[in-house]
Write a protein that binds this ligand. Structure first.
Ligand code: CA
Length: 238
C-alpha cells in the first residue's frame, strides 16, 4: 500500500501490535504514546491516515482531533475508544473522524477499516468525471464550461472552482473557512466574506431564484452545501 500511518496509542503493547499488522499490510508506521507527541509528529509531516486512541494520559483524543482540524489538517482519522457511549461516537464523527472501533477489537478488523478508508480517499482523489449533471445544470470539467438548460453560463475561475468543489461532493456541508482553503489556498490573503460574495455571484448566475437556491444551499450557522439528488423531496424543501 505504501502509506504513512501515525498511530497515537498509549498502551505500548497494543500500539506495537497495531504497528506490526499495519506494516505487514505494507504501510509505514510511526507510533506516538501521548497526544502531545502525536500532534508534534503530525505537525512535522503529512500522514495518509491516523489511528487515534481517545483515552490518552496527557490529553483527550477528541482534543487531538479538534486541534488537528483547527489547524486545517484533514488527514483521515480512525478513532479507537474503550467508551462505547453514543456521545463519543457522534462527537468523533462530528469532529471529522472517518471511522471508529470500540475496544477490544480484532487487529484484523482494524487493518480492514484502515484499508477501507485509504481506498475511499484514493477513489475520491482519482474520481474526476468529465461531466457533472444535476437536473438542468451541466458542468463540463474538461472544458471548464457550465450550462443551464443547454445555455452557457459565464463564470469566473473562482466561481467555477467553487461550483466544482460543491458538485463533486453533493450534500456535503462546507464551512466558509474550508471553502477558502479549497478554492483560494492557504496562503492567500482572503476573508470569509469573500466566500459569501462569490457564492452570491455564483447563485445569481446558476439559480433560477437566487433567494431560494436550488443548487447552492445555505446551512445556517455553518456554511453551504450543494444539492444532493438522492435527497427526498421532504428534505429538499427544508
Ligand atoms: Ca488509552
Amino acid at each position: 500500500m505504501d502509506k504513512e500511518i501515525l498511530v497515537i496509542e498509549d498502551e505500548p503493547q497494543l500500539a506495537q501490535l497495531v504497528e506490526m499488522h499495519l506494516c505487514d499490510a505494507g504501510c509505514r508506521v510511526d507510533v506516538a504514546l501521548t497526544g502531545t507527541d502525536g500532534l508534534a509528529k503530525a505537525n512535522k509531516r503529512r500522514f495518509d491516515l491516523m489511528v487515534l486512541d481517545l483515552m490518552l494520559p496527557d490529553m483527550d483524543g477528541l482534543d487531538v482531533c479538534r486541534e488537528l482540524r483547527m489547524k486545517r489538517d484533514y488527514t483521515p482519522i480512525l478513532i479507537l475508544t474503550a467508551r462505547s457511549g453514543e456521545v463519543d461516537r457522534v462527537l468523533g464523527l462530528e469532529l471529522g473522524a472517518d471511522d471508529y472501533l470500540t475496544k477490544p477489537f480484532s487487529v484484523r478488523e482494524l487493518v480492514a477499516r484502515v484499508k477501507a478508508i485509504l481506498r475511499r480517499v484514493d477513489r475520491m482523489a482519482e474520481d474526476k468525471p468529465e461531466s457533472l449533471n444535476f437536473e438542468d445544470l451541466t458542468i463540463d470539467c474538461e472544458k471548464r464550461r457550465v450550462s443551464i438548460k443547454g445555455d452557457g453560463v459565464r463564470l469566473t475561475a473562482k466561481e467555477y472552482d467553487l461550483l466544482v468543489h460543491f458538485a463533486r461532493n453533493p450534500g456535503r456541508v462546507y464551512t466558509r473557512s474550508q471553502l477558502l482553503d479549497l478554492v483560494w489556498g492557504y496562503g492567500e490573503d482572503t476573508y470569509e466574506h469573500t466566500v459569501n460574495s462569490h457564492i452570491n455571484r455564483l447563485r445569481a448566475k446558476i439559480e433560477d431564484d437566487p433567494s431560494e437556491p436550488r443548487f447552492v444551499r445555505t446551512v445556517w450557522g455553518v456554511g453551504y452545501r450543494f444539492f444532493d439528488p438522492s435527497e427526498s423531496d421532504a428534505q429538499r424543501s427544508k
